[in-house]
Write a protein that binds this ligand. Sequence first.
Ligand SMILES: [Zn+2]
Length: 376
Amino acid sequence: MSDRFTFSVSATSGDARVGEMSTPRGKIRTPAFMPLGTAATVKAMMPESVRATGADIILGNTYHLMLRPGAERIAALGGLHRFMNWERPILTDSGGFQVMSLADLRKLTEEGVRFKSHIDGSKHMLSPERSIEIQTLLGSDIVMCFDECPALPADRTRIAESMRMSMRWAVRSRDAFGDRPGHALFGIQQGGLERDLREESAEALKRIGFDGYAVGGLAVGEGQEAMFDCLDFATGMLPEDRPRYLMGVGKPDDIVGAVKRGIDMMDCVLPSRSGRTGQAFTRRGVVNIKNARHADDPRPLDEACSCPACSQYSRAYLHYVFRAGEIISSMLLTWHNLHYYQELMAGIRGAIAADRFEAWEADFHALRAQGDIEPL
Ligand SMILES: [Zn+2]
């Protein structure tokens, strides 16, 4: 196990890459999907169950954890890994995105963002320095720069101003992070869908120098086609020898399309949140377990899936516990969805390693186009 943060690419297929990040807390196989451990828990899952799905790393949210239970409290209790009983790598976001979307009464200045907690109305400040301090207190393995981005569509002037402030904040984040062997700091490219702004942002980040680079400001309402068009040029602007992270993405076909365009890491609330709302992701698309057609169906959700929900329960049972509001419904469907996402990533990695990603992608879309199995 490395005592430093490292990244290496072992094979490519087109622009898709397979590789590995190494940290003192373990290896992360890429392309990687990171489940959300938003508030120090992957909702409805035990940490060992999260690991059993194949996850190498999870994501924690600075905004939620700073408000409750508080970063200083978690640090005093031994850090986030120990607190939530997950000893493997953790990536934390900077809080920038969530403070702009969740907090009340926020005020954005060059210094940072002042806001009131959505939980109790208490007053807080997030700046590059404070965000890095919080992520350090949590003990995060991969720390993100504090940045800001507008929801799309937004006018070009607003996107440019926001991007340039985020680049000034990236310098402050780098200075605040200092030298922490074994921990990584990632910069975040901004610039909306504008090629020249993306280029300007990438150049600014490369001058500062980071352990990895994220494509930020996408999956904020622009739609899949616009996102892919942007990734077609944005990913290639980032250093080839560093991991590239697409933040907040996405649905299974978003993930496949992002990997195809050179992305190495992704996160999304979708598999876990959908697990709590009765939606299951399968090789043949989304299944709504609440639909009446499942009420008498003794077949598994997906006969090819080896997760507990599929190997030990019927569609009829999953339908019944969801309709009855039983807690096991969230547990089983979340497990299945996270398992599906990790199986998807394993399939992707295998296809890239064999240099047959394009053929794999065609099979992926063909199976989904068939839709769910016929009702009984
Ligand atoms: Zn399953």
